[in-house]
Design a protein around this ligand. Structure first.
Ligand code: FAD
Ligand code: NAI
Length: 466
C-alpha cells in the first residue's frame, strides 16, 4: 500500500494525472467515491450533454433541413427513452475506457471516499463502512466541483433540477425555466427546446455568457431568440413554489422591484459550480482554501502542506475538462522532475449549441479594459462557400491582433463547428503567431476554416471574398 502518488478523484484532472504519472514510471493509486470512473465530465457533464446536443440537433435538422436537401422522411418522431439510452451507452463506453486505461497503465484503484489522514496518508472509506489507509509520497486532490445552489430553491432532480437531473428527464417539459444564461443553461436549454419545450432563460446580468466577448454574445443571443428561446436579462429568481403539477417561479428585476410569476413544468438551476472538497479533511490536514472554497496552490499546484497538490475544478481557473487534464499532466511531470506547465493565456472555451461559440485568448472587452491597442479582422460565414452550400451561414470569425506587432491576441467564432475550428487558433497562439501567419497558411477549400484565414486577411483589410 505504498505509492509514489495517490490521486483522489478520477475525473479528467485525476485520471489523466494518474496515467501520465504511471507513464513516467510512478506507482500510482486512484481513489474514487462514485461507482464509475470519469468524474463529472464523463458521467454527468461533458459527455452526456454532448450526446443529447448531438442527437437533438439531428432531430431538429431532420425536421427542417433534410426536406430542403431533398431527403423526404416526413415529420420526425421523438423516442425520448431511446435517445436517453443512446446517451447512456455513450457514457458507458467512455467510463469503461477510463477503467481500461487504469488497468493498461497498472494503476491501482480504491473505491470509497478519500480523506487526507496525516502526512502521506489517505484513508479510504468504502460504501460498506470498511476503511483502509494507503500511503503515498505525493497526494493530488482532483475532487472537482458540485452544483451551486440557489438560496430558497430546493433541487429535487425531478422538477427542480440541476444539470444532472436535466440530463435524465423522462418526458419533454412543456415549459422549461432556466435560471442562469451560462454554458449549462444555454446548452441544456437548447437540447430541450429542440425536443419541444418552450424555454425561458432568466439571467441576473444584462448579458448572456459573462466573460465571453460581448459582441459575439449579442449576435449569439439574437440567433438563440430566433430559434425560440426567450431571455429575461437583469432578472433573478427568488423562489419556486410547487402549485399542483406546475411550478411557479418568482422573478424580480436584479436591481429590485416588482416581482412577476412565471409558470414552468421544470426549473433548471444553472448558476455556476462550486469546488467539491467535502469529506476530504482539508481543515484537519491544514490545507488552505480561498474565500470561494477552492484549494490554494502555487504555480506548481502545490498546496501549503508539503506533498499535497491540487488540480482541476477544485482549484481556481476556468472549470473546464481540458484545463483539468492539462494541469493533471503538468503536476505529474513536475513530480517526475520535469517542467510541467499550463499556458492559461491559451485555453479554448466552447459552447456546444447551434451555432457553436468558441473562443481563445482575450476578448475585445478585455483588450479595451487593458488599454491594449489592437486591430480587428472579421469574416461572416454568409461569405464562405461551404457554409453557404450547407445552409450554415450563421455567425462569423473575429481575430484580434496586436496593433503594433500583429501577434494574435484572441480569436472568437460563432458558427457551425466553431469548437473544432478554434483548435487552429489555439495552436497559432501557442506558437506566438501573427495574424499574417494565419493569412499566409493554405487552408483547404471548401471548408469552414477558410473563414478563419479570411478573418486573418481582414485584419489587414484584404479579405478576398468580402
Ligand atoms: P470532476 O470531473 O468533478 O471529478 C472529480 C471526481 O472526484 C469525481 O469522480 C468525484 O466523485 C471524485 N471525488 C470527489 N471527492 C472525493 C473523495 N473525497 N474521495 C474520492 N473521490 C472523490 N467542461 C468542458 O471542458 N467541456 C464541456 O463540454 C463541459 N460540459 C459540461 C457539462 C455539464 C452539464 C457540466 C456539469 C460540466 C461540464 N464541463 C465541461 C465541466 C467539466 O465537467 C469539469 O470542468 C471537469 O469535469 C473537471 O474535472 P475534475 O477532474 O477537476 O473534476
Ligand atoms: P456559468 O458560470 O457558466 O453561468 C452561470 C450564469 O448564471 C451566469 O451567467 C450568472 O450571471 C448567472 N447567475 C448567477 N446567479 C444567478 C441568479 N441568482 N439568477 C439568475 N442568474 C444567475 O455556470 P453554469 O452554466 O452553471 O456552468 C458551470 C460551469 O460548468 C461553467 O463555468 C463551465 O466552466 C462548466 N461547463 C462547461 C461547458 C463547456 O465547456 N461547453 C458546458 C457546461 C458547463
Amino acid at each position: 500500500m505504498h505509492y509514489d502518488l495517490i490521486v483522489i478523484g478520477s475525473g479528467p484532472g485525476g485520471y489523466v494525472c494518474a496515467i501520465r504519472a504511471a507513464q513516467l514510471g510512478m506507482k500510482v493509486a486512484v481513489v474514487e467515491k462514485d461507482k464509475t470512473f470519469g468524474g463529472t465530465c464523463l458521467n454527468v457533464g461533458c459527455i452526456p450533454s454532448k450526446a443529447l446536443l448531438h442527437a437533438s440537433e439531428l432531430f431538429e435538422e431532420s425536421g427542417h433541413l433534410f426536406d430542403k436537401m431533398g431527403i423526404k422522411l416526413g415529420q420526425p418522431k421523438l423516442d425520448l427513452a431511446a435517445m436517453m439510452k443512446f446517451k447512456d451507452e455513450g457514457v458507458d463506453g467512455n467510463v469503461k475506457g477510463v477503467a481500461f486505461l487504469f488497468k493498461k497503465n497498472k494503476i491501482d484503484t480504491f473505491a470509497g471516499v478519500g480523506r487526507i489522514a496525516g502526512r502521506s496518508k489517505v484513508e479510504v472509506k468504502g460504501a460498506d463502512g470498511t476503511s483502509q489507509v494507503i500511503e503515498g509520497k505525493a497526494v493530488v486532490i482532483a475532487t472537482g466541483s458540485d452544483v451551486a445552489r440557489l438560496r430558497g430553491v430546493e433541487i429535487d432532480e425531478q422538477r427542480i433540477v440541476s444539470s444532472t437531473g436535466a440530463l435524465v428527464l423522462d418526458k419533454v417539459p412543456q415549459r422549461l425555466l432556466v435560471v442562469g444564461a451560462g454554458v449549462i443553461g444555454l446548452e441544456l436549454g437548447s437540447v430541450w427546446r429542440r425536443l419541444g419545450s418552450e424555454v425561458v432563460v432568466v439571467e441576473f446580468l444584462d448579458r448572456i455568457l459573462p466573460g465571453l466577448d460581448s459582441e459575439v454574445c449579442r449576435q449569439f443571443q439574437r440567433l438563440l431568440e430566433k430559434q425560440g428561446i426567450t431571455f429575461k436579462l437583469s432578472s433573478k429568481v427568488t423562489g419556486v413554489e410547487i402549485s399542483g403539477n406546475k411550478l411557479k417561479a418568482t422573478v424580480e428585476p436584479a436591481a429590485g422591484g416588482a416581482a412577476e410569476a412565471i409558470d414552468a413544468d421544470v426549473v433548471l438551476v444553472s448558476i455556476g459550480r462550486v469546488p467539491f472538497t467535502e469529506g476530504l479533511g482539508l481543515e484537519e490536514a491544514g490545507v488552505k482554501t480561498d474565500n470561494k472554497g477552492r484549494v490554494t496552490v502555487d504555480a506548481r499546484y502545490a498546496t501549503n502542506v508539503p506533498g499535497i497538490y491540487a488540480i482541476g475544478d477544485a482549484i481556481a481557473g476556468p472549470m473546464l475538462a481540458h484545463k483539468a487534464q492539462d494541469e493533471g499532466v503538468a503536476v505529474a511531470e513536475n513530480l517526475a522532475g520535469r517542467s510541467g506547465h499550463v499556458n492559461y493565456e491559451v485555453i479554448p472555451n466552447v459552447v456546444y449549441t447551434y451555432p457553436e461559440v468558441a473562443s481563445v485568448g482575450k476578448s475585445e472587452d478585455e483588450l479595451k479594459q487593458g488599454g491594449i491597442a489592437y486591430k480587428v479582422g472579421k469574416f461572416p460565414f454568409t461569405a464562405n462557400g461551404r457554409a453557404k452550400v450547407n445552409l450554415q451561414t450563421e455567425g462569423f470569425v473575429k481575430i484580434l491582433a496586436d496593433a503594433k506587432t500583429d501577434r494574435v491576441l484572441g480569436v472568437h467564432i460563432v458558427g457551425a463547428d466553431a469548437g473544432n475550428m478554434i483548435a487552429e487558433a489555439a495552436v497559432a497562439m501557442e506558437f506566438g503567431a501573427a495574424s499574417e501567419d494565419i493569412a499566409r497558411t493554405c487552408h483547404a477549400h471548401p471548408t469552414l476554416t477558410e473563414a478563419v484565414k479570411e478573418a486573418a486577411l481582414a485584419v489587414d483589410n484584404r479579405a478576398i471574398h468580402m
